[in-house]
Design a protein around this ligand. Structure first.
Ligand code: FAD
Length: 309
């Protein structure tokens, strides 16, 4: 687990403090505020702050003076309409801040999302912990043979064990070298006087599965964009695990937006003009196959998967 006892104590202490406020708060999110939720073997996400709620979206859309909310069904209807028609700016009125602990290779994918504010743990200033990610055997799979990127068949148990031994051994040696280069910290792994290399250089010895941490703040519109890309089955399992944990916080924070997101984004589909043509022909009981559809083999396969055929 990714937290030390003193870090847990800090969270308990912070959770014991409450403040009166005139600002909107969301009891379900307050319930889990600051608490970490484990992701992968040593990682976590935790919500450390937020601004706004579903009503703030409605309020902004209506440019109201007060809370701007009406009946629940009307507010849900408005949020659905905004989501359906990509009227996105009302969602930008809400913000959320996460503390995330994640492997460096996941961070490299995550940081491509440029619309967040990020502050990462400094490995120039501080020493990284001896914590590295090892997949569970069911997530150790061979390279896919179908789409060039991603995983195919899960490895058999003996191969998985060998892979895990290699990964573990490499990471342990890398960390050992790191502490030797630094010549500080982790005294049990020190072998006499080391070079005392600067932290900003010693970190070069670590592999991509070591954990880093950051504070990550984003508005709700851009969070939905992040989630739609990173929950998708085309995204790598490890980043999907984080996106899934964040989706759960979305459900607590803005339940109406969550409902609309599932309906109009996550479980919805984008269909091309040719794809629509295929659907119209199928509805008219015409025979259509890939050759006569005008779609490539991959597009045809994707459309059939959407249609459950
Ligand atoms: C399954 C998957 C596979 C991927 N594979 C690769 C890969 O092989 N190689 C690779 O390099 N990347 C890859 N990526 C990363 C991908 O190309 C995007 O960089 C990443 O998903 C961030 O998306 P974004 O730019 O829409 O998000 P954000 O940076 O969060 O931006 C959100 C939106 O803001 C707008 N925006 C932000 N900045 C600008 C800007 N400077 N100019 C114009 N508009 C802007 C755009 O509309 C953008 O969609 C992959 C992503 C996924 C999900």
């Amino acid at each position: 687990m990714g937290l030390k006892p003193e870090q847990r104590d800090e969270i308990v202490s912070q959770r014991s403090e409450t403040r009166p406020t005139r600002r909107a708060t969301v009891p379900a999110l307050e319930n889990i505020l600051y608490e970490e939720r484990q992701v992968l073997d040593h990682g976590f996400i935790r919500v450390v702050d937020y601004m706004g709620d579903d009503a703030a979206i409605v309020q902004a859309a209506r440019v109201s003076y007060g809370r701007g909310t009406r009946k629940v069904s009307e507010d849900q209807g408005l949020i659905n309409y905004l989501m359906r028609h990509r009227h996105t700016t009302p969602f930008e009125m809400c913000e959320i801040k996460y503390h995330v602990k994640l492997p460096i290779f996941v961070a490299r994918q995550w940081i491509r999302h440029r619309t967040a504010n990020v502050n990462e743990y400094s490995a120039r200033y501080s020493i990284l912990e001896n914590e590295f990610y090892l997949p569970t055997p069911e997530h150790l799979a061979a390279q896919t043979t179908t789409n060039g990127q991603g995983r195919g068949e899960v490895l058999d148990p003996a191969t998985a064990e060998r892979v895990l031994d290699l990964l573990r051994d490499h990471a342990e040696r890398a960390y050992h070298g790191y502490t030797e280069l630094l010549n500080e910290g982790q005294t049990e792994t020190r072998r006499g006087p080391g070079p005392g290399l600067a932290r900003e250089l010693a970190r070069m010895n670590l592999s991509l599965n070591f954990y880093t941490q950051w504070y990550w703040k984003i508005d709700l519109h851009n969070l939905l964009h992040f989630l739609s890309l990173r929950i998708d089955s085309h995204a790598q399992y490890e980043i999907r695990a984080y996106a899934k944990a964040m989706l759960d916080t979305l459900a607590l924070w803005v339940p109406m937006t969550y409902t609309a997101f599932l309906e109009y984004r996550m479980h919805a589909a984008v269909i091309s003009a040719k794809g629509l043509g295929v659907i119209r022909r199928l509805l008219a009981d015409e025979h259509v196959d890939q050759a006569s559809s005008g779609l490539s083999a991959r597009e045809w396969h994707e459309l059939m998967a959407i249609l459950g055929r």
